[in-house]
Design a protein around this ligand. Sequence first.
Ligand code: TRP
Ligand code: ZN
Length: 459
Amino acid sequence: MSFARLIPPLASLATLIAAAPAGAAIGAPGLGDAYFPLAGNGGYQVRDYDLTLGYDPATDELDGEAIVAATAGPQDLDRFDLDLRGFDISRLQVNGAPAAFVRDGQELVVTPATPVGAGTQFSVAVDYAGVPPIVRDPDGSIEGFVPTSDGAFVVNEPQGSPGWYPANDNPRDKATFTFRVTVPDGLDVVGNGRLTGKVTSAGRTTFTWREDDPMAPYLATVTNGRFDVSEGTTGDGVPTYVAVDPARASSSAKVLRKLPAVVDHFSALFGPYPFDSVGAIVDDAPGVGYSLETQTKPNFPYSPDEATLVHELAHMWFGDSVTLTDWSDIWLHEGFATWSEWAWEEHLGHRTAAQTFKRLYSTKARDSGFWNPPPGDPGGPEDMFDGTIYTRGGMTLQALRAKIGEAAFGRVLKAWTAENRHGNVATPDLIALAERESGQDLGDFFDVWLYQPGKPAGW
Ligand code: TRP
Ligand code: ZN
């Protein structure tokens, strides 16, 4: 496989950095992700994003005022970058004072008038406007602030966030969010967390959404348009907020009615639901080919089937609360969410996960596309959402269940979500946990299932 097209366009940024005064401490241009090396910045951690946005679907114009509250470190910060694509920036301030900035691809490189000392809290205010650029991934899929016939469908995995707000775009830098979004009267805005305000004036309505739990930047959403909204609670008492495009109302109703039961069942199986609210957004966004586990409210571009609803809700535990550290570990999200679909069918008394495994395992070894790439090593961002990351990833967990037994496997699931709640993980953490709970040496098992190409034969 050729990696040539994955080499990032570092040259112009390198020139900028080389021109910095000697001894200046600079936030690294990226956080060093294997697949998205330029995304994020190592020089600071974001605590909170406060996003005031106005959107007009008639023109597709977005204007934004972002206030990013961060803490500098581990070094003093003479210069740092955020990720932001497109838009005109009319004003940029650090701690209330104008700051110099340069644009370079997705990097917004900021030089504060006064350096920010390590450990110091600071704020960055960015005023920006323009038509949001659609972000295209290495696998050809699109994301960001994607216009629909009546609003916009807003999803960002893995790299759409800089298409609508300035972000430290790395899943390791979780933060709380406030979204204050103004749209023409008659439209709804649906964001993460809880709706804390709705005010109409002069033909426009402002919705305020607050996500109080830490959230990776790619899980943010403010999908907007015409929606039928229904609110309730699950049996366990988690508030629900479900928004459905009227064109999708009848085709989605039956599946959406299962949402509370799915959340309550997974709370029993995986441990307490990790956020303050749950729900779903069903839109009509034909250009986007995938659903997304946006935190507290998965986004669906069309009416989901039951398996898809269940998959996205499982991601609230696996992906949203317990989040990968590097995108190459994407199986930690997709493998768990896929296994969860099988566990739901088992719970309903349909097919057991063991039966699903058996059926899938009968796939011939010569069916290379089914077995490769191995889920723990997709090889590059163009293959990170390949079928095997999902299917063989889910099979890895079912094989683990069979190997260590029901009791130990149950403890692994619950400890994984409890010990890493709202945190970040890597595959060796899971291996260590499974070894701890089972008392078995599982190095070869995980190597065969996650890293060796071809159909696993002995484990
Ligand atoms: N994480 C999504 C899911 O499985 C899928 C997804 C997000 C995706 N971004 C993508 C699939 C880009 C293909 C391409 O629920
Ligand atoms: Zn998924």
